[in-house]
Design a protein around this ligand. Structure first.
Ligand code: ADP
Ligand code: 5GP
Length: 206
């Protein structure tokens, strides 16, 4: 039997306001045991966000110390703030055989691919149009006008990276997008590391 030695990674990207959190929440009961990677950021918490649940909110100085110490699997500057994924909890979850879900931007996806391509599956999540994205960002009421305009500008660039992802999920109706996400998460679990596959070949032959 092919037994997974280590877990797998599922990277989700898409414009801020695409509905990534909404979809993960809607699907969370249906995708088996997973670890959602909590990023560290230098941006200020939005109303309702909690330190340690949504992000680890830190100062620029503390973030830069972590960069120097090599604590990040990947990090990027997005909308003028740092965002990064800490290596340690991700490695622990992978060792425990879990599906590790990242909500990171397109730069982060490229860096994860460069380091852990063989166990990575990715999906780009987007609303049906730029207009719909704008309407959701305004309805969410968490950002001031300048921030919304910046996010929309970023989204125009980010959509060009859609080709780099294994799957595209268009979040029009939440329940339908969540169904697609469940299929992708299940498929991600079937991706085995080269190391695991090599062991399997050896077993299979003997
Ligand atoms: P992200 O995590 O990608 O930044 P959110 O999950 O916070 O996005 O969603 C942004 C806003 O859009 C929220 O107010 C959310 O309730 C709303 N939203 C998400 N999906 C849909 C959808 N399919 N239709 C309408 N509104 C949605
Ligand atoms: P927000 O400010 O809306 O929470 O996130 C802004 C953007 O930063 C989103 O595109 C989100 O996917 C991305 N992001 C969040 N955490 C990380 C991270 O750890 N690394 C990278 N590269 N991007 C991240």
């Amino acid at each position: 039997m092919l037994k997974r030695q280590k877990g797998a990674i599922l990277v989700l990207s898409g414009p801020s306001g695409a509905g990534k959190s909404t979809i993960i929440n809607a699907a969370s009961g249906e995708i088996g045991e997973y670890y959602f990677s909590i990023s560290t950021t230098t941006r200020h918490p939005r109303t309702g966000e909690k330190d340690g649940r949504d992000y680890f909110f830190v100062s620029k100085e503390s973030f830069e110390e972590d960069i120097k110490a090599g604590n990040f699997l990947e990090y990027a500057e997005v909308h003028g703030n740092y965002y990064g994924t800490s290596l340690k909890p991700v490695n622990e979850a992978l060792e425990a055989g879990k599906l590790v879900i990242f909500d990171i931007d397109v730069q982060g996806h490229r860096l994860v691919r460069a380091k852990m391509n063989d166990i990575t599956t990715s999906a780009f999540i987007t609303p049906p149009s730029l207009k719909e994205l704008e309407s959701r960002l305004r309805t969410r009421c968490t950002d001031v006008e300048e921030v919304i305009l910046n996010r929309l500008k970023n989204a125009r660039d980010e959509i060009e990276a859609v080709h780099e992802y294994d799957f595209t999920i268009i979040n029009d109706v939440v329940a339908e997008a969540a169904e697609e996400f469940i299929i992708v998460a299940k498929a991600a679990r079937l991706k085995f590391s080269k190391e695991t596959e090599d062991k399997f070949i050896e077993q299979w032959l003997h």
